[in-house]
Ligand binder design. Structure first.
Ligand code: NOJ
Ligand code: CA
Length: 553
């Protein structure tokens, strides 16, 4: 029996605002994505995950949804979404959308209706509301902080703008009120939404902040100052707004719905949990299929730490028979190339004085991506990772959109740097992103050099490397998320993993050199190297520092 597709799929994340703009307003749209589906099929990914496309005031890049059954007119309409799903399927690509169950936009009809009524009304019971502290309720109900900075509560005024003493909860921006998942209407609405989209052929959902839906009764204080950054919610087994046991009931109900379809639909959760066993609980056979691997995404350039994270990831998922996932980039995190470049230079992401050791970061980013694609399980690529795009650290404050940037007065919320639109062509005002040359974020001067057009026919480019890796992943490594074993080598800075190949070709070794000296691994055939310096020499494959390779012994 062949393993279900999602156990070893490579899923490409499309951030719709920044992928391709068809109508010329400088904002990417669904027609733009449709026009580039053949690029994605050629690249060799199995599926795309599209960040939120729903009607939204776009305060948080669409993670603030007004109507989950409508496409935002910025991006197109429902017919475009249906056409996108159909055309992707024709090309052999599956489509996963994003669903945001923790909160809605403050423009959502439920929240607007609540705001027209006094606190305590049935309309308010769909949200979290609590009396403020202090004599007149002028202080927030507890010490919870928004992941985007500042308090997690906002006061509710009455019809004439006077404080009522009641507050509503928002774990993210104040324009993103949290839904009350104790309320049956909330549960029923989302179950209906799943069916709405699954009936239209959608293959699955990526679930936004899947561990935060249920809050501890009585909203107890955290009692400690959390250190959250945007996109990396403050988490912790003992924090009252994360990972509450009742949240698992929601995922069990969703799984029953997904399993009722043919083929079954799938979920990948954005799960922030304190311990491996807490994470594994979300991946039990009757809950979510997979979850993002943030430990891998945040691991430094260290062979020891990386090996530890890989082992932990496999054993965590293995506890419940789930495949693990691998991810290095997303719309919330600095580009991998720049992350490693800054790390090597001892710089932080908010240090806008430069890009750190960019050339080294590029080599490490290429190596890490090639290595990741050789690991067992499912892997994610974020748009532009296949081009080796860098983080645009130099964006001026005035052009930034990240709500956390505003809430923290620029000390945090630097996510726009990885959201600069894709460069498709070497020339042109917006490098082929938009027919009018517009772009919702400015593109840096070097964007043409890294464009798809420049890289497509260059065998040494990051695009060619990624495409080759995806092709070899299908032909040289046995399908499924099966076996992997560490191969011992003398140098602790070198990681080597053995993966079974399809019979009779034999095993593939996936290697990466995180050290400062050249490494030589016994092997006769070099299948792919992350860098021109990777070479065969006397029955060995030589890996210079900061490179990776796939080889056969
Ligand atoms: C995680 C999403 O990836 C991020 O972009 C968003 O801001 C928060 N969740 C809130 O929805
Ligand atoms: Ca557009």
């Amino acid at each position: 029996m062949t393993a279900p597709w999602w156990r070893d799929a490579v899923i490409y994340q499309v951030y719709p605002r920044s992928f391709a703009d068809a109508n010329g307003d400088g904002i990417g749209d669904l027609a733009g994505i449709r026009s580039r589906l053949s690029y994605l099929a050629d690249l060799g990914v199995d599926a795309i995950w599209v960040s939120p496309w729903y009607l939204s005031p776009q305060e948080d890049g669409g993670y603030d949804v007004t109507d989950f059954r409508r496409i935002d007119p910025l991006f197109g309409d429902l017919a475009d979404a249906e056409a996108l799903i159909g055309e992707a399927h024709d090309l052999g690509l599956r489509v996963i959308a994003d669903i945001v169950p923790n909160h809605v936009s403050d423009e959502h009809p439920w929240f607007r209706a609540a705001f027209r009524t006094p606190p305590g009304s049935p309309e308010w019971s769909l949200f979290h509301l609590a009396p403020g502290r202090g004599a007149d309720g002028e202080e927030p109900p507890n010490d919870w902080r928004s992941v985007f900075g500042g308090p997690a509560w906002d006061p509710i005024p009455d019809g004439s703008g006077r404080p009522t003493g009641a507050w509503f909860l928002h774990l993210f921006d104040s324009s993103q009120p949290d839904l009350n998942w104790e309320h049956p209407a909330v549960r029923a609405e989302f179950e209906d939404l799943l069916r709405f989209w699954f009936d239209r052929g959608l293959d699955g959902f990526r679930i936004d902040v899947a561990s935060s839906l249920v809050k501890a009764p009585g909203y107890p204080d955290e009692g400690r100052a959390p250190a959250g950054t945007p996109g990396t919610p403050v988490t912790g087994g003992d924090l009252p707004q994360w990972d509450q046991p009742e949240v698992h009931d929601v995922w069990r109900a969703w799984r029953r719905i997904a399993d009722g379809y043919e083929p079954p639909r799938v979920f990948v959760g954005e799960v922030w949990a304190e311990s491996p066993s807490a994470l594994a609980a979300y991946l039990r056979p009757d809950e979510l299929h997979t979850a993002f691997n943030f430990d891998f995404m945040m691991a430094p350039w260290s062979a020891g730490r990386l090996r530890e994270v890989i082992d932990e990831s496999l054993s965590t998922a293995g506890l419940v028979g789930a495949p693990t996932t691998w991810v290095l980039e997303s719309h919330d995190k600095p580009r991998v190339r720049t992350r490693f470049a800054l790390e090597a230079a001892g710089m932080a992401i908010d240090d806008r004085s430069g890009r750190g050791e960019d050339a080294l970061g590029e080599r490490r980013g290429r190596a890490a991506t090639l290595f990741m694609l050789g690991l067992p399980g499912s892997a994610y690529l974020y748009q532009g990772q296949e081009l080796g795009l860098r983080e645009v650290v130099e964006l001026e404050p005035s052009v930034r959109h990240d709500p956390a940037f505003v809430r923290t007065r620029g000390t945090d919320g630097l996510r726009d740097g990885c959201r600069v639109p894709m460069p498709w062509t070497a020339d042109g005002a917006s490098h082929g992103f938009s027919p009018t040359g517009r772009s919702w974020l400015p593109m840096p001067p070097d964007w043409g050099h890294v464009s798809v057009e420049r890289q497509a026919d260059d065998p040494a480019s990051t695009l060619s490397l990624t495409r080759s890796a995806l092709r070899l992943r299908r032909t040289e490594i046995a399908p499924g998320d099966g076996a992997m074993a560490w191969v011992d080598v003398d140098d602790p800075a070198v990681l080597v993993v053995r993966r079974p190949g399809p019979e009779p070709a034999g095993d593939v070794l996936v290697a990466m050199n995180l050290g400062t000296r050249e490494a030589a691994i016994p092997g006769l055939t070099l299948l792919l190297g992350s860098d021109a310096g990777v070479r065969t020499s006397g029955g060995r494959i030589v890996l210079p520092p900061d490179t990776a390779a796939w080889l056969r012994g």
